[in-house]
Ligand binder design. Structure first.
Ligand SMILES: Nc1nc2c(ncn2[C@@H]2O[C@H](COP(=O)(O)OP(=O)(O)OP(=O)(O)O)[C@@H](O)[C@H]2O)c(=O)[nH]1
Ligand SMILES: [Zn+2]
Length: 368
């Protein structure tokens, strides 16, 4: 029996359902992930305990498989254009973990191309900021075993587009900055499985003209702690300087640690970079693509700040196209750079050579 709610709230809301499923995965619990004719029980390997892994294996009688993304499969030597699944019967938790993200894992003997529902389960892990390695079992015939679990219809994942762009302004408050004078911090809440986002308004930009902006992705190591492994901290401060010199502007500070993969994945990737991999190959070892960032929040924030036209401070062509695709008029682009050091030179070179960033690295190195 369904009881009628006294509230004018849409209790069947795709974004809420996805967030619930994501939360379950982060707690290391199984989720029933369904399409019309198929039900999968899925667990994120990154969050599961060895004990629960063993229980799951026993409940599904060894029928469980490991979903590996195309990037991870390729790094394991599997030539495929699709995600794959590998049988896990008699495979220990440690061995499954090695298959998912270790450098020394052997190519699995058996694998098959993943179906669309299996592949979609990795999207849940990515939304949860977990590695996209999923333990899955087809439980279409035995789904009552998982009736206590949170369930999600796969179509709901693709009905969250609107929610990703729904933000509200929470507060706007003056914050004096040591090097940049009086600024305002504007906090926004919303989106899908996101923390609050911040826009820093430098000076008093005139929104009837193209507004100078920088869209900056969070980097705890660089922005906060001055890590030498990247140029983010310099870019953050130089970006604020440039906005001030331009007579005012807005820095949108997005919660997108590790190019949208989270600090856990980024630190794992750093471990592989210390062993000689570049930043893109290190991410691929973890099953991640080159860049997982989305710019829905930036677009929503610009809209809420009534900024339709901008000049943008970036070297990243993807940011410019994301703004343009989202309806923002981008008049021009100005480079924003940081110090090149022996520790970050390879990182910057990889951005230029493999991600198409507009950085003249040789000139920057010569200027040091
Ligand atoms: N996965 C991964 N992310 C990294 C690494 N180093 C830095 N990052 C992240 O990369 C992102 C850098 O973002 P931005 O400062 O906006 O820079 P960008 O995309 O290079 O673009 P512009 O600075 O605008 O030219 C942040 O999310 C960092 O946390 C790394 O080695 N691996
Ligand atoms: Zn950084």
């Amino acid at each position: 029996m369904t009881s009628k709610s006294p509230f004018a709230i849409d209790f069947s809301n795709a974004a809420v359902e996805v967030e619930r499923a994501v939360s379950e995965l982060r707690f290391g619990r199984p989720v029933l992930f369904e399409e019309d004719q198929q039900s999968l029980a899925v667990l994120a390997l990154d969050a599961v305990t060895p004990a629960l892994y063993e229980q799951f294996a026993s409940v599904v009688e060894g029928s469980h498989r490991l979903l590996l993304t195309r990037q991870r499969a390729n790094r394991l030597g599997i030539k495929t254009m699709t995600d794959v699944t590998v049988p896990l019967a008699d495979v220990s938790f440690d061995e499954a973990s090695r298959l998912s993200y270790s450098l020394d894992s052997k190519r699995p003997g058996r694998w098959t191309s993943a179906g669309s529902l299996e592949s979609s389960s990795a999207e849940l892990a990515r939304t949860a900021l977990l590695l996209p390695a999923m333990i899955i079992a087809d439980v279409t015939q035995t789904k009552s075993l998982f009736s206590a679990c949170c369930s999600l219809h796969a179509s709901r994942l693709y009905q969250t587009g609107g929610a990703r762009q729904e933000f509200q302004q929470v507060v706007r408050t003056r914050v004096p900055l040591k090097d940049h004078g009086d600024c305002e911090f504007v906090v926004f809440r919303g989106g899908l499985a996101q923390k609050d986002q911040v826009a820093i308004v430098v000076g008093k930009p005139d929104v009837t003209k193209p507004v100078p902006i920088r869209v900056h992705s969070s980097c705890i190591t660089g922005d906060l702690c001055g890590s030498l492994k990247c140029d983010c901290g310099d870019q953050l401060r130089n970006g604020l300087d440039l906005l001030k010199q331009a007579g005012g502007g807005v820095l949108v500070y997005l919660d997108q640690e590790g190019r949208g993969t989270g600090i856990g994945a980024k630190m794992r990737a750093y471990g592989y970079q210390h062993l000689g991999l570049d930043t893109i190959d290190a991410d691929a070892e973890l099953g991640l693509a080159e860049d997982h960032r989305r710019y829905d929040a930036a677009l929503a924030i610009l809209r809420l700040l009534s900024i339709p036209e901008v000049v943008v401070f970036t070297n990243n062509p993807t940011k410019i196209s994301a703004l343009r695709d989202g309806g923002i008029i981008v008049h021009s682009r100005t480079a924003v750079t940081g110090r090149v050091t022996s520790e970050n030179e390879n990182y910057l070179r990889t951005k230029t050579l493999r991600a198409g960033h507009m950085l003249d690295l040789d000139t920057l190195v010569a200027a040091e």
